[in-house]
Design a protein around this ligand. Sequence first.
Ligand SMILES: N[C@@H](CCC(=O)N[C@@H](CS)C(=O)NCC(=O)O)C(=O)O
Length: 215
Amino acid sequence: MIFYSYFRSSAAYRVRIAMQLKGIIPSETVFVNLREGDQHEERYRKINPQGLVPALVLNDGTVLTQSVAIIQYLDETHKNHPLLPESAVGKARVRALADAMSSDLQPITNLRVQKYLEQRWRMVEDERKEWIQHWNNVAFTALETELSQSPHTGDFCHGSAMTLADCCLVPQVFSAERFAVDMTPYPTIQRIVSNCLAHPAVQNAHPKAQPDFVA
Ligand SMILES: N[C@@H](CCC(=O)N[C@@H](CS)C(=O)NCC(=O)O)C(=O)O
């Protein structure tokens, strides 16, 4: 398997956590430098016409894109450390938590959105930062309410083992901290993330542990 990654990509970080939890080691990792614009190069567009990371190329050449789809593929093909609970209602809860981050929050704070706000609407850095902080706060306020009130929340988003929801939460908080989002109103999120960060799988998947990391 060839994994296309970028150290700071929250979507690639999700997949790295899932792979680490399952002990999956890609035969090759290709680093797509988003700051340098590698995602727009012809050679990467041939892999993912969306120009987004991550992508995973299987041994038979099949290309998988979209981090949550990739994680669910890995979960279906590697049964150790299941990333979704057994019950249908548990699955729905974990997928909903993951969607709140991967479908609702991350897409509107993505690099290409920031670039558009800057180039088309002349938003300066502070204004773009405020945009990111605003949407993170909207999402985290709702997540904190759900996580703090649900009896299904445990050491992690759902129970006592990391799931797809934690694979999405950890990178989202990493990204929020980069943009100086104040996390103090979200103690449950902070507690869960700190439990995740204590896990070697998350430590190995962390942006700072990647060969392409740049401070
Ligand atoms: N929904 C996609 C989102 C992928 C995505 O937005 N990737 C970002 C990095 S986190 C990216 O490649 N951005 C490049 C750009 O905006 O130009 C997924 O989950 O894989």
